[in-house]
Design a protein around this ligand. Structure first.
Ligand SMILES: Nc1ncnc2c1ncn2[C@@H]1O[C@H](COP(=O)(O)OP(=O)(O)OP(=O)(O)O)[C@@H](O)[C@H]1O
Ligand SMILES: [Mg+2]
Length: 472
Protein backbone atom coordinates (compact mmCIF):
# COMPACT_ATOMS: atom_id res chain seq x y z
CA UNK A 1 0.00 0.00 0.00
CA UNK A 2 2.81 2.39 0.81
CA UNK A 3 5.46 0.84 -1.43
CA UNK A 4 5.91 4.14 -3.23
CA UNK A 5 8.66 5.59 -1.08
CA UNK A 6 9.99 2.35 0.33
CA UNK A 7 12.58 2.23 -2.42
CA UNK A 8 13.80 5.82 -1.95
CA UNK A 9 14.24 5.26 1.74
CA UNK A 10 16.13 2.05 1.18
CA UNK A 11 18.76 4.00 -0.72
CA UNK A 12 20.02 5.54 2.49
CA UNK A 13 21.31 3.21 5.15
CA UNK A 14 20.79 4.96 8.49
CA UNK A 15 23.94 3.28 9.80
CA UNK A 16 25.81 5.75 7.56
CA UNK A 17 24.15 8.73 9.21
CA UNK A 18 26.25 11.55 10.69
CA UNK A 19 23.71 11.59 13.55
CA UNK A 20 23.73 9.01 16.30
CA UNK A 21 20.70 8.94 18.61
CA UNK A 22 21.61 9.03 22.29
CA UNK A 23 18.33 7.67 23.64
CA UNK A 24 16.48 4.39 23.04
CA UNK A 25 13.18 4.11 21.14
CA UNK A 26 11.20 2.98 24.18
CA UNK A 27 11.43 5.03 27.35
CA UNK A 28 9.70 5.26 30.75
CA UNK A 29 9.44 7.81 33.57
CA UNK A 30 9.50 11.03 31.60
CA UNK A 31 7.72 14.32 32.00
CA UNK A 32 5.14 14.17 29.19
CA UNK A 33 3.63 17.39 27.82
CA UNK A 34 0.54 16.60 25.73
CA UNK A 35 0.16 18.27 22.32
CA UNK A 36 -2.17 16.22 20.07
CA UNK A 37 -3.90 12.84 19.97
CA UNK A 38 -5.17 10.50 17.25
CA UNK A 39 -6.52 7.01 16.67
CA UNK A 40 -3.50 5.05 15.43
CA UNK A 41 -2.73 1.62 13.98
CA UNK A 42 0.67 0.60 15.32
CA UNK A 43 2.89 -1.93 13.57
CA UNK A 44 5.80 -3.12 15.71
CA UNK A 45 7.77 -6.34 15.41
CA UNK A 46 5.20 -7.94 13.08
CA UNK A 47 2.35 -7.19 15.57
CA UNK A 48 -0.46 -4.80 14.68
CA UNK A 49 -2.51 -2.94 17.33
CA UNK A 50 -5.03 -0.11 17.24
CA UNK A 51 -4.70 2.49 19.99
CA UNK A 52 -5.50 6.08 20.80
CA UNK A 53 -2.08 7.73 21.15
CA UNK A 54 -0.92 11.15 22.33
CA UNK A 55 2.06 13.07 20.98
CA UNK A 56 4.13 15.55 23.01
CA UNK A 57 7.19 17.59 21.98
CA UNK A 58 9.62 14.65 22.07
CA UNK A 59 7.58 11.56 22.98
CA UNK A 60 4.50 9.60 21.96
CA UNK A 61 2.58 8.22 24.93
CA UNK A 62 2.02 4.51 24.20
CA UNK A 63 0.62 3.28 27.52
CA UNK A 64 0.47 4.50 31.15
CA UNK A 65 4.25 4.65 31.64
CA UNK A 66 5.61 3.63 28.25
CA UNK A 67 6.65 6.18 25.66
CA UNK A 68 8.19 6.23 22.19
CA UNK A 69 11.09 8.68 22.24
CA UNK A 70 11.40 10.17 18.74
CA UNK A 71 14.34 12.49 19.50
CA UNK A 72 16.90 11.93 16.73
CA UNK A 73 14.92 8.95 15.40
CA UNK A 74 14.93 8.51 11.62
CA UNK A 75 11.55 9.55 10.28
CA UNK A 76 9.99 8.44 7.01
CA UNK A 77 6.62 9.87 6.03
CA UNK A 78 4.55 7.09 4.47
CA UNK A 79 2.21 7.81 1.54
CA UNK A 80 -0.24 5.71 -0.45
CA UNK A 81 -0.27 5.40 -4.23
CA UNK A 82 -2.36 8.60 -4.44
CA UNK A 83 0.48 10.44 -2.67
CA UNK A 84 -1.58 11.00 0.47
CA UNK A 85 0.12 10.83 3.87
CA UNK A 86 -1.08 7.73 5.69
CA UNK A 87 1.45 7.36 8.48
CA UNK A 88 5.13 7.41 9.41
CA UNK A 89 7.99 5.10 10.29
CA UNK A 90 10.45 5.72 13.13
CA UNK A 91 13.81 3.95 13.30
CA UNK A 92 16.18 4.23 16.18
CA UNK A 93 19.08 2.07 17.33
CA UNK A 94 18.02 -0.88 15.17
CA UNK A 95 14.33 -0.77 16.18
CA UNK A 96 11.54 0.20 13.76
CA UNK A 97 7.93 1.14 14.44
CA UNK A 98 5.23 2.23 12.01
CA UNK A 99 2.15 4.28 12.92
CA UNK A 100 -0.85 4.84 10.62
CA UNK A 101 -3.79 7.22 11.02
CA UNK A 102 -4.80 10.87 10.80
CA UNK A 103 -1.34 12.15 11.66
CA UNK A 104 -0.79 15.00 9.17
CA UNK A 105 -0.64 17.55 11.99
CA UNK A 106 1.86 15.39 13.88
CA UNK A 107 4.47 15.73 11.12
CA UNK A 108 5.75 19.21 12.09
CA UNK A 109 6.28 18.07 15.71
CA UNK A 110 8.08 14.92 14.59
CA UNK A 111 10.25 16.67 12.00
CA UNK A 112 11.60 19.16 14.50
CA UNK A 113 13.09 16.38 16.64
CA UNK A 114 13.84 13.66 14.09
CA UNK A 115 16.25 13.17 11.22
CA UNK A 116 13.89 12.85 8.25
CA UNK A 117 14.48 10.68 5.19
CA UNK A 118 13.22 11.01 1.63
CA UNK A 119 13.24 14.76 0.95
CA UNK A 120 12.24 14.33 -2.69
CA UNK A 121 8.82 12.82 -1.95
CA UNK A 122 7.90 15.72 0.33
CA UNK A 123 9.27 18.97 -1.19
CA UNK A 124 9.65 20.71 -4.53
CA UNK A 125 12.52 23.13 -5.20
CA UNK A 126 11.24 26.58 -6.20
CA UNK A 127 14.44 28.67 -6.64
CA UNK A 128 17.91 29.42 -5.34
CA UNK A 129 17.71 32.07 -2.60
CA UNK A 130 21.30 32.58 -1.64
CA UNK A 131 24.73 31.12 -1.61
CA UNK A 132 26.76 31.44 1.54
CA UNK A 133 30.26 30.22 2.28
CA UNK A 134 28.90 27.07 3.88
CA UNK A 135 25.85 26.10 1.89
CA UNK A 136 23.34 26.91 -0.83
CA UNK A 137 19.90 28.03 0.28
CA UNK A 138 16.75 27.30 -1.76
CA UNK A 139 13.09 28.18 -1.49
CA UNK A 140 11.02 24.97 -1.47
CA UNK A 141 7.35 24.09 -1.50
CA UNK A 142 6.21 21.50 1.01
CA UNK A 143 3.81 18.82 -0.15
CA UNK A 144 3.13 18.09 3.53
CA UNK A 145 1.45 21.38 4.51
CA UNK A 146 1.47 23.30 1.17
CA UNK A 147 3.70 26.07 2.61
CA UNK A 148 6.98 27.60 1.40
CA UNK A 149 10.18 26.93 3.34
CA UNK A 150 13.88 27.64 2.93
CA UNK A 151 16.37 24.78 2.88
CA UNK A 152 20.08 25.01 3.57
CA UNK A 153 21.91 22.24 1.73
CA UNK A 154 25.27 20.92 2.96
CA UNK A 155 27.47 18.66 0.92
CA UNK A 156 27.97 15.53 3.02
CA UNK A 157 31.17 14.42 1.33
CA UNK A 158 32.99 17.38 2.91
CA UNK A 159 31.82 16.41 6.37
CA UNK A 160 33.07 12.89 5.72
CA UNK A 161 36.55 14.20 4.89
CA UNK A 162 36.76 16.56 7.85
CA UNK A 163 35.27 15.63 11.22
CA UNK A 164 35.27 19.29 12.33
CA UNK A 165 32.91 20.13 9.47
CA UNK A 166 30.67 17.24 10.52
CA UNK A 167 30.62 18.47 14.11
CA UNK A 168 29.92 22.04 13.05
CA UNK A 169 26.89 21.03 10.93
CA UNK A 170 25.56 19.02 13.86
CA UNK A 171 26.16 21.91 16.22
CA UNK A 172 24.39 24.39 13.90
CA UNK A 173 21.34 22.10 13.87
CA UNK A 174 21.43 21.48 17.62
CA UNK A 175 21.60 25.20 18.39
CA UNK A 176 18.88 26.20 15.91
CA UNK A 177 16.62 23.48 17.30
CA UNK A 178 17.10 24.77 20.84
CA UNK A 179 16.27 28.43 20.07
CA UNK A 180 12.81 29.91 20.14
CA UNK A 181 12.49 33.69 19.83
CA UNK A 182 10.64 36.10 17.47
CA UNK A 183 13.94 37.62 16.27
CA UNK A 184 15.52 34.25 15.48
CA UNK A 185 14.77 32.13 12.40
CA UNK A 186 12.61 29.08 13.12
CA UNK A 187 14.10 25.65 12.62
CA UNK A 188 11.70 23.10 11.08
CA UNK A 189 13.75 19.94 10.64
CA UNK A 190 16.60 18.14 8.93
CA UNK A 191 16.78 15.58 6.12
CA UNK A 192 19.69 13.29 5.44
CA UNK A 193 20.60 11.32 2.34
CA UNK A 194 23.76 9.63 1.09
CA UNK A 195 25.09 12.91 -0.28
CA UNK A 196 23.39 15.79 1.55
CA UNK A 197 22.26 17.23 4.84
CA UNK A 198 19.25 19.48 4.24
CA UNK A 199 18.14 21.85 7.00
CA UNK A 200 14.54 23.08 6.68
CA UNK A 201 13.83 26.55 8.05
CA UNK A 202 11.00 29.05 7.82
CA UNK A 203 11.08 31.04 4.56
CA UNK A 204 11.94 34.68 5.30
CA UNK A 205 10.37 36.61 2.48
CA UNK A 206 11.60 40.07 3.52
CA UNK A 207 15.19 39.45 2.26
CA UNK A 208 18.57 39.98 3.91
CA UNK A 209 19.95 43.37 4.94
CA UNK A 210 22.84 43.19 2.46
CA UNK A 211 20.38 42.89 -0.44
CA UNK A 212 17.90 45.42 0.98
CA UNK A 213 20.31 48.14 2.09
CA UNK A 214 23.48 47.51 0.10
CA UNK A 215 26.04 49.98 1.40
CA UNK A 216 23.56 52.83 1.82
CA UNK A 217 23.09 54.73 5.04
CA UNK A 218 19.62 54.78 6.51
CA UNK A 219 17.74 57.12 8.84
CA UNK A 220 18.15 56.76 12.58
CA UNK A 221 14.60 55.58 13.25
CA UNK A 222 15.02 52.60 10.89
CA UNK A 223 18.50 51.94 12.26
CA UNK A 224 17.07 51.84 15.78
CA UNK A 225 14.46 49.26 14.75
CA UNK A 226 17.17 47.10 13.19
CA UNK A 227 19.54 47.38 16.16
CA UNK A 228 16.76 46.74 18.67
CA UNK A 229 15.63 43.59 16.83
CA UNK A 230 19.18 42.19 16.60
CA UNK A 231 19.86 42.92 20.25
CA UNK A 232 16.60 41.30 21.37
CA UNK A 233 17.58 38.11 19.52
CA UNK A 234 21.12 38.26 20.92
CA UNK A 235 19.92 39.00 24.43
CA UNK A 236 17.85 35.81 24.28
CA UNK A 237 20.79 33.79 22.94
CA UNK A 238 23.23 35.27 25.44
CA UNK A 239 20.87 34.57 28.33
CA UNK A 240 21.16 30.92 27.23
CA UNK A 241 24.97 31.25 27.13
CA UNK A 242 25.19 30.99 23.32
CA UNK A 243 26.96 33.41 20.98
CA UNK A 244 26.34 33.82 17.25
CA UNK A 245 29.83 34.99 16.16
CA UNK A 246 28.82 35.98 12.63
CA UNK A 247 26.56 38.99 12.92
CA UNK A 248 26.65 40.83 9.58
CA UNK A 249 24.18 42.18 7.01
CA UNK A 250 23.74 38.95 5.02
CA UNK A 251 22.98 37.00 8.21
CA UNK A 252 20.12 39.32 9.16
CA UNK A 253 16.81 38.86 7.39
CA UNK A 254 13.31 40.33 7.50
CA UNK A 255 10.41 37.97 8.10
CA UNK A 256 8.05 40.42 6.38
CA UNK A 257 8.88 42.87 3.60
CA UNK A 258 9.89 46.41 4.71
CA UNK A 259 9.38 45.62 8.39
CA UNK A 260 12.62 46.11 10.32
CA UNK A 261 10.92 45.02 13.53
CA UNK A 262 10.50 41.56 11.96
CA UNK A 263 14.27 41.16 11.62
CA UNK A 264 15.63 37.67 12.39
CA UNK A 265 19.10 36.36 13.07
CA UNK A 266 20.00 33.55 10.66
CA UNK A 267 23.05 31.36 10.00
CA UNK A 268 24.13 29.65 13.20
CA UNK A 269 27.16 28.09 11.51
CA UNK A 270 29.52 29.68 14.04
CA UNK A 271 27.17 29.73 17.02
CA UNK A 272 28.39 27.90 20.08
CA UNK A 273 27.98 27.79 23.84
CA UNK A 274 30.45 30.27 25.37
CA UNK A 275 32.73 28.68 27.94
CA UNK A 276 35.34 29.76 30.48
CA UNK A 277 37.98 27.43 29.03
CA UNK A 278 37.77 29.23 25.69
CA UNK A 279 37.48 25.85 23.97
CA UNK A 280 35.64 26.02 20.67
CA UNK A 281 35.18 24.04 17.50
CA UNK A 282 36.44 27.07 15.57
CA UNK A 283 38.20 29.44 17.92
CA UNK A 284 39.47 32.11 15.51
CA UNK A 285 36.51 32.66 13.30
CA UNK A 286 34.19 35.29 11.94
CA UNK A 287 34.05 37.70 9.03
CA UNK A 288 36.98 40.10 8.49
CA UNK A 289 35.87 43.63 9.25
CA UNK A 290 32.93 42.51 11.41
CA UNK A 291 34.63 40.52 14.13
CA UNK A 292 35.58 41.60 17.67
CA UNK A 293 39.31 42.40 17.90
CA UNK A 294 39.83 40.06 20.86
CA UNK A 295 39.09 37.09 18.56
CA UNK A 296 41.79 38.16 16.10
CA UNK A 297 44.19 38.84 18.98
CA UNK A 298 43.72 35.29 20.22
CA UNK A 299 42.58 36.47 23.59
CA UNK A 300 40.04 34.67 25.69
CA UNK A 301 36.66 35.96 24.63
CA UNK A 302 32.97 35.78 25.57
CA UNK A 303 29.42 36.68 24.61
CA UNK A 304 30.31 40.34 24.02
CA UNK A 305 32.04 39.50 20.73
CA UNK A 306 28.56 39.68 19.19
CA UNK A 307 28.03 43.18 20.56
CA UNK A 308 31.12 44.46 18.76
CA UNK A 309 29.72 43.05 15.49
CA UNK A 310 26.41 44.83 16.20
CA UNK A 311 28.48 48.02 16.63
CA UNK A 312 30.11 47.45 13.23
CA UNK A 313 26.70 46.93 11.66
CA UNK A 314 25.36 50.06 13.40
CA UNK A 315 28.30 52.04 12.01
CA UNK A 316 27.67 50.68 8.49
CA UNK A 317 23.96 51.49 8.42
CA UNK A 318 24.21 54.88 10.15
CA UNK A 319 27.25 56.16 8.22
CA UNK A 320 26.97 54.24 4.94
CA UNK A 321 30.55 52.97 5.08
CA UNK A 322 32.67 50.26 6.65
CA UNK A 323 34.68 51.21 9.74
CA UNK A 324 37.56 49.08 8.41
CA UNK A 325 37.41 50.13 4.77
CA UNK A 326 40.27 48.50 2.87
CA UNK A 327 41.29 47.27 -0.53
CA UNK A 328 42.18 43.74 0.53
CA UNK A 329 41.15 41.18 3.09
CA UNK A 330 44.61 41.30 4.66
CA UNK A 331 44.28 45.02 5.27
CA UNK A 332 40.77 44.60 6.67
CA UNK A 333 42.01 42.01 9.13
CA UNK A 334 44.95 44.21 10.13
CA UNK A 335 42.69 47.18 10.80
CA UNK A 336 40.16 44.98 12.56
CA UNK A 337 42.92 43.52 14.71
CA UNK A 338 44.05 46.99 15.76
CA UNK A 339 40.51 48.17 16.35
CA UNK A 340 40.99 51.78 15.18
CA UNK A 341 37.61 53.17 14.31
CA UNK A 342 37.27 56.57 12.70
CA UNK A 343 34.64 58.62 14.51
CA UNK A 344 35.79 61.92 12.99
CA UNK A 345 35.01 61.71 9.28
CA UNK A 346 31.45 60.57 9.65
CA UNK A 347 28.04 61.97 8.72
CA UNK A 348 26.22 63.71 11.55
CA UNK A 349 23.95 61.66 13.77
CA UNK A 350 22.37 62.31 17.19
CA UNK A 351 24.64 62.50 20.25
CA UNK A 352 22.83 59.57 21.76
CA UNK A 353 23.43 57.55 18.61
CA UNK A 354 27.14 58.32 18.55
CA UNK A 355 27.51 57.60 22.26
CA UNK A 356 25.66 54.28 21.78
CA UNK A 357 27.85 53.15 18.88
CA UNK A 358 31.01 53.98 20.82
CA UNK A 359 29.79 51.89 23.72
CA UNK A 360 29.12 48.94 21.43
CA UNK A 361 32.53 49.31 19.82
CA UNK A 362 34.57 49.51 23.00
CA UNK A 363 37.86 47.76 22.40
CA UNK A 364 37.87 46.19 25.84
CA UNK A 365 34.88 43.85 26.28
CA UNK A 366 34.68 44.85 29.95
CA UNK A 367 33.74 48.36 28.89
CA UNK A 368 31.49 47.19 26.07
CA UNK A 369 27.72 47.08 26.69
CA UNK A 370 26.03 43.71 27.12
CA UNK A 371 22.96 42.97 24.97
CA UNK A 372 20.73 43.70 27.94
CA UNK A 373 22.46 47.01 28.71
CA UNK A 374 22.33 47.99 25.03
CA UNK A 375 18.56 47.44 24.93
CA UNK A 376 18.20 49.75 27.94
CA UNK A 377 20.39 52.47 26.45
CA UNK A 378 18.46 55.73 25.95
CA UNK A 379 19.15 55.55 22.21
CA UNK A 380 17.01 52.43 21.92
CA UNK A 381 14.72 52.85 24.89
CA UNK A 382 14.10 56.51 23.96
CA UNK A 383 14.66 57.65 27.54
CA UNK A 384 16.34 61.01 27.89
CA UNK A 385 18.61 60.13 30.74
CA UNK A 386 22.34 59.82 31.00
CA UNK A 387 23.62 56.34 30.75
CA UNK A 388 26.72 55.01 32.35
CA UNK A 389 28.63 51.86 31.68
CA UNK A 390 31.62 50.79 33.67
CA UNK A 391 34.61 53.04 33.79
CA UNK A 392 35.39 54.20 30.25
CA UNK A 393 39.06 53.56 30.11
CA UNK A 394 41.09 55.59 27.69
CA UNK A 395 40.79 53.54 24.53
CA UNK A 396 44.08 54.82 23.11
CA UNK A 397 45.91 53.95 26.27
CA UNK A 398 44.54 50.43 26.07
CA UNK A 399 45.46 50.15 22.44
CA UNK A 400 49.01 51.18 23.28
CA UNK A 401 49.22 48.01 25.34
CA UNK A 402 47.71 46.32 22.38
CA UNK A 403 48.18 42.60 22.12
CA UNK A 404 50.50 40.85 19.89
CA UNK A 405 49.84 39.75 16.41
CA UNK A 406 50.41 36.24 15.35
CA UNK A 407 49.93 35.24 11.74
CA UNK A 408 46.77 33.42 10.96
CA UNK A 409 46.12 30.44 8.83
CA UNK A 410 42.73 30.23 7.27
CA UNK A 411 40.96 26.98 7.05
CA UNK A 412 38.42 26.45 4.33
CA UNK A 413 34.82 26.35 5.39
CA UNK A 414 32.10 23.78 5.02
CA UNK A 415 31.29 23.99 1.36
CA UNK A 416 33.55 23.36 -1.56
CA UNK A 417 34.80 26.28 -3.55
CA UNK A 418 34.69 25.45 -7.26
CA UNK A 419 38.29 26.47 -7.76
CA UNK A 420 41.00 27.90 -5.52
CA UNK A 421 39.22 31.22 -5.96
CA UNK A 422 40.59 34.56 -4.73
CA UNK A 423 39.94 36.00 -1.31
CA UNK A 424 37.19 38.54 -1.00
CA UNK A 425 35.98 40.79 1.74
CA UNK A 426 33.12 39.98 4.02
CA UNK A 427 33.57 36.25 3.79
CA UNK A 428 33.31 34.00 6.75
CA UNK A 429 36.67 32.66 7.88
CA UNK A 430 37.69 29.80 10.05
CA UNK A 431 41.11 30.24 11.57
CA UNK A 432 43.02 27.24 12.65
CA UNK A 433 45.97 29.19 13.89
CA UNK A 434 47.21 26.74 16.44
CA UNK A 435 47.89 24.20 13.75
CA UNK A 436 50.11 26.66 11.96
CA UNK A 437 53.89 26.34 12.18
CA UNK A 438 54.11 30.12 11.83
CA UNK A 439 51.99 30.55 14.87
CA UNK A 440 54.15 28.23 16.91
CA UNK A 441 57.30 30.13 16.01
CA UNK A 442 56.03 33.66 16.20
CA UNK A 443 57.71 35.73 18.87
CA UNK A 444 55.66 37.77 21.26
CA UNK A 445 55.86 41.37 20.39
CA UNK A 446 55.64 44.24 22.84
CA UNK A 447 55.28 47.02 20.31
CA UNK A 448 52.85 49.89 20.45
CA UNK A 449 49.78 49.94 18.33
CA UNK A 450 51.27 51.80 15.36
CA UNK A 451 54.47 49.82 15.46
CA UNK A 452 52.40 46.70 15.62
CA UNK A 453 50.67 47.71 12.42
CA UNK A 454 53.92 47.77 10.47
CA UNK A 455 55.09 44.60 12.08
CA UNK A 456 51.82 43.01 11.25
CA UNK A 457 51.80 43.78 7.56
CA UNK A 458 55.44 42.76 7.29
CA UNK A 459 54.80 39.51 9.00
CA UNK A 460 51.92 38.76 6.69
CA UNK A 461 53.84 39.52 3.53
CA UNK A 462 56.96 37.69 4.58
CA UNK A 463 55.40 34.57 5.82
CA UNK A 464 52.57 34.49 3.30
CA UNK A 465 50.47 33.02 6.00
CA UNK A 466 47.21 33.21 4.11
CA UNK A 467 46.60 29.78 2.76
CA UNK A 468 43.07 29.72 1.43
CA UNK A 469 39.75 31.25 2.13
CA UNK A 470 36.43 30.12 0.87
CA UNK A 471 34.79 32.70 -1.33
CA UNK A 472 31.68 30.93 -2.40
N1 LIG B 1 15.24 31.28 5.69
C1 LIG B 1 15.64 31.96 4.62
N2 LIG B 1 14.73 32.56 3.83
C2 LIG B 1 15.13 33.25 2.72
N3 LIG B 1 16.44 33.40 2.35
C3 LIG B 1 17.39 32.83 3.12
C4 LIG B 1 17.04 32.07 4.30
N4 LIG B 1 18.17 31.62 4.86
C5 LIG B 1 19.18 32.06 4.10
N5 LIG B 1 18.74 32.81 3.05
C6 LIG B 1 19.59 33.45 2.04
O1 LIG B 1 20.75 32.64 1.82
C7 LIG B 1 21.96 33.33 2.22
C8 LIG B 1 22.95 32.34 2.83
O2 LIG B 1 22.37 31.72 3.98
P1 LIG B 1 23.25 31.36 5.26
O3 LIG B 1 23.84 32.60 5.81
O4 LIG B 1 22.43 30.56 6.19
O5 LIG B 1 24.40 30.47 4.59
P2 LIG B 1 25.94 30.38 4.94
O6 LIG B 1 26.54 29.55 3.87
O7 LIG B 1 26.09 29.87 6.32
O8 LIG B 1 26.41 31.88 4.87
P3 LIG B 1 27.84 32.53 5.22
O9 LIG B 1 28.40 33.01 3.92
O10 LIG B 1 27.48 33.67 6.11
O11 LIG B 1 28.63 31.48 5.85
C9 LIG B 1 21.49 34.42 3.17
O12 LIG B 1 22.38 35.52 3.20
C10 LIG B 1 20.11 34.79 2.58
O13 LIG B 1 20.24 35.70 1.49
MG1 LIG C 1 25.45 33.58 6.11
Amino acid sequence: MYQRNQQVQNNFDVRNSIFSPETTLWITNINFVFQLDAQIVVKYQEKVKEKKLQIGTQYIKYSRNKYISFQEAFLTILRNLDDEIIGFRLEKNGKTIELFGQINNWIAILMKECVSLDFISNYQIVRLLGSGSAANVYQVYSKIDKQNYAIKVFDKSLSEKDSTIKQSIKMEIKIMRSLNHPNIIQYKGVFESNTQIIVVQEFLEGGDLKTILGDEKINEENAKQILRSILKGLNYMHSNGIFHRDIKKCNLMLRTINNFNSLCLIDFGLAEKANDENKYLYKYCGTPGCVAPEILRKQKYGLKVDIYSVGILGYQILFGKDPYQSSSTKETIMKNFLGHIDFLNIPEISNNGLCFLKQLLQDDPINRLSAQQALKHPYLSNEEQRFFVRNHADVNKRKAQSPVLKPLIFKNSRNSSPNGSPKILNTKIYFKAQASPYYQNEKIDKLSCSQNYGKLSQSWQLKNSFKKMNTK
